[in-house]
Write a protein of this length. Structure first.
Length: 136
């Protein structure tokens, strides 16, 4: 197993632990909604500190239920992941295409050199055209 594989396996294990440990240890059991988002936590903190606080603006669209809000958030995350995957795939494809072009260029250079040597050998090594060729 190489070094990158070990690092990737360790990172995957850490991510899994971060997802499972809070649930296994019951870290949110004392709350009504144990794992709310940062927006809800901020709203709760603001209303506790300043009950008469008035927001500066209201949302452009307020989903009718939490399920629809979650679905829209999941859609947004999926679109973002798609854009990132497209970008990284495009970069990798361009890099592979450039590498193939370099390999093909090196092969063409070798082929051109071989063809030039064969022509010189056929013409007696003079490197010039034959006396009976075109333009003579």
């Amino acid at each position: 197993m190489n070094r990158n594989t070990k690092i990737n396996a360790l990172l995957l294990l850490v991510v899994a632990a971060l997802a499972v440990l809070p649930l296994a240890l019951g870290l949110g059991d004392h709350k009504e909604e144990p794992f709310t988002g940062a927006d809800a936590e901020a709203e709760t903190a603001i209303t506790e500190l300043q009950p008469d606080y008035e927001p500066w603006f209201s949302p452009l669209y307020e989903p009718p239920s939490g399920e629809i809000e979650s679905a829209l958030f999941a859609l947004q995350a999926a679109l973002g992941a798609g854009v990132l995957a497209y970008y990284f795939g495009l970069r990798r494809g361009r890099r592979q295409g450039a590498a193939r072009a370099e390999e093909a260029g090196a092969a063409d250079t070798d082929t051109d050199a071989d063809a030039a040597n064969a022509t010189a050998d056929n013409e007696g090594g003079s490197g010039g055209g034959s006396a009976g060729g075109p333009g003579a």
